[in-house]
Design a protein around this ligand. Structure first.
Ligand code: AHR
Length: 492
């Protein structure tokens, strides 16, 4: 147990860039994420552009959303993209097998999604169906959205009103192939992946293999062994901060014991990315293939009275802390983790936005993503951290987490969290230079872990100016209150 919190920031020698795509998001046809979330239809009274809510677009642009994954999740391996193009009244319906058994009318399809990405100024990440789909279907989808030639698929796109192709780089080849994506073995999936990846055509495709479930290291090892590097640009990993899949506990009225267990699961991400990266290093020492954590976040019981298949949960300071520590972990592993997608953007799991008819609230998680966006495409500054413990009963977790970067204008940002709900943490940070002259900061904090933004108090939690930091020479002294997420800005 350390007696003091200290950190030493080193000027990066190998100049690792924190890919902005670490700050990506995920939107599935699940509950009210798309329908009643992003998409209200163009006849709605809620101000919209081609059916997509304008307030959501503005909020996500402010937060900076670099990429958005769609249409699943488990839904992706049931989705036939040709059902979602052409005149809306002619589109066939399907039943959403995984999520509440609701009827999906396919009114939100490929054009709707890709046009929405243009509005959001975000790069689309399409998840292909290899569970119930075919190689031809996925190859056709790639052609349909990306090809500028004359060919049956791009001609069909033009007939449907879009002349120029969209810019789609990121492609998922199946989802959770070990589970809802087809209950495959890693050997079987790796061979399937090769077949699908071979027939996807384009010059700048970024093909992402369906990755391991948390600590299934055998999965990653098998994929890296079987799939040749010229066919794959990313290997995925899914890990949720969950206490127990059979007893997840409430999103708001949780105990400190439940809080501790959730944070333990969130902090396990450090070990996960370290070990999956080490396996990838064996087969890909030059780190050409990215580790893509394309599903992460807190997962609790649904709110009382809501459809259990809709995964709707409130979002408290616990979620803010999950986001803060996890993004620090991803930043510190940016040499291998080059994309990550929080699950999910609107009204599902650890959402950044919740809606209730025309009302919209920004969750504490939103505020963390917005505070941390200064790291997007900045150069990582490695940090050596010694932290005191957050002790609960006979167990302990590191109280403080940190990451740092220098942006293109030479401004340094440090993000810190204190997950201890009772004790403030003072930390002394030795900086990479004593040339800094100007220090400012922002903080997201609250007295009680269980606090959240409701539709009647939407601004209860938001970031405010932070004054508990002082700069002297090359040393920074910071006092982090309990339950806090802080961003500091240092200028020379
Ligand atoms: O995000 C919800 C679900 O969690 C996704 O559909 C699936 O991939 C994962 O199991």
């Amino acid at each position: 147990n350390a007696q003091q919190n200290t950190a030493v920031i080193r000027a990066g020698q190998n100049k690792t860039v924190i890919s902005k795509y670490i700050y990506s998001h995920f939107a599935e046809h699940l509950g009210r994420c798309i329908y009643g979330g992003f998409y209200v239809g163009d006849t709605s009274k809620i101000p919209n552009t081609a059916g997509v809510r304008n307030d959501i677009v503005a909020a996500l642009k402010k937060m900076k959303i670099p990429s958005l994954r769609w249409p699943g999740g488990c839904f992706a391996d049931t989705y036939h993209w040709k059902d979602g193009i052409g005149p809306k009244d002619k589109r066939p319906s399907i039943v959403n097998k995984w999520w509440g058994g609701v009827t999906e009318d396919n009114s939100f399809g490929t054009h709707d999604f890709l046009n929405m990405c243009e509005l959001l100024n975000t790069d689309p990440y399409l998840a292909g169906n290899i569970g119930s789909g075919t190689v031809q279907e996925l190859a056709d989808w790639v052609q349909y959205v990306s090809s500028d030639n004359k060919n049956p698929m791009s001609n069909l796109r033009r007939e449907n009103g879009r002349d120029k192709p969209w810019d789609v780089r990121f492609w998922g080849v199946g989802n959770e192939a070990w589970g809802c994506g087809g209950n495959m073995t890693p050997e079987y999936y790796a061979n399937e992946f090769k077949k699908y990846a071979t027939f996807m055509t384009g010059d700048k495709l970024f093909r992402i293999a369906s990755g391991a479930n948390s600590a299934d290291y055998h999965w990653t090892e098998t994929l890296m062994k079987i799939i040749p590097s010229h066919l794959v640009e990313g290997v995925a990993l899914h890990h949720y901060s969950v206490i127990d899949w059979n007893k997840k506990g409430p999103a708001v009225k949780y105990t400190e014991d439940q809080y501790f267990r959730t944070m333990k699961s969130a902090l396990f991400m450090e070990e996960l990315v370290t070990k999956h990266s080490a396996i990838m290093d064996k087969y890909d020492p030059q780190k050409k293939i990215a580790l893509v954590v394309d599903e992460w976040g807190g997962w609790y019981d649904v709110e009382e009275g809501t459809n259990p298949g809709f995964l709707f949960q409130q979002n408290t300071m616990r979620d803010a802390l999950i986001a803060g520590v996890t993004l620090n972990i991803f930043n510190n592993h940016a040499d291998r983790v080059r994309m990550a997608n929080l699950a999910q953007a609107i009204n599902v799991l650890q959402a950044v936005i919740l809606t209730d008819k025309e009302k919209m609230i920004l969750t504490p998680t939103y505020h963390v993503l917005e505070m941390y966006n200064v790291h997007q495409d900045a150069t990582l500054l490695p940090v050596e951290l010694t932290t005191k413990d957050y002790v609960f009963g006979n167990e302990k977790l590191p109280a403080v987490s940190v990451s740092a970067s220098a942006d293109k204008a030479g401004v340094t940002h440090i993000t810190l969290t204190n997950i201890d709900p009772k004790n403030a943490q003072e930390i002394e940070i030795t900086l990479d230079t004593s040339a800094y002259k100007n220090l400012t900061g922002r903080i997201l904090t609250s007295k009680t872990l269980q606090d959240y933004n409701s539709f009647s108090t939407p601004d209860k939690l938001k970031s405010v100016a932070f004054k508990e930091a002082s700069l002297k020479g090359g040393k920074l002294k910071v006092k982090l209150p309990p339950i806090s997420v802080v961003v500091l800005e240092l200028k020379k």
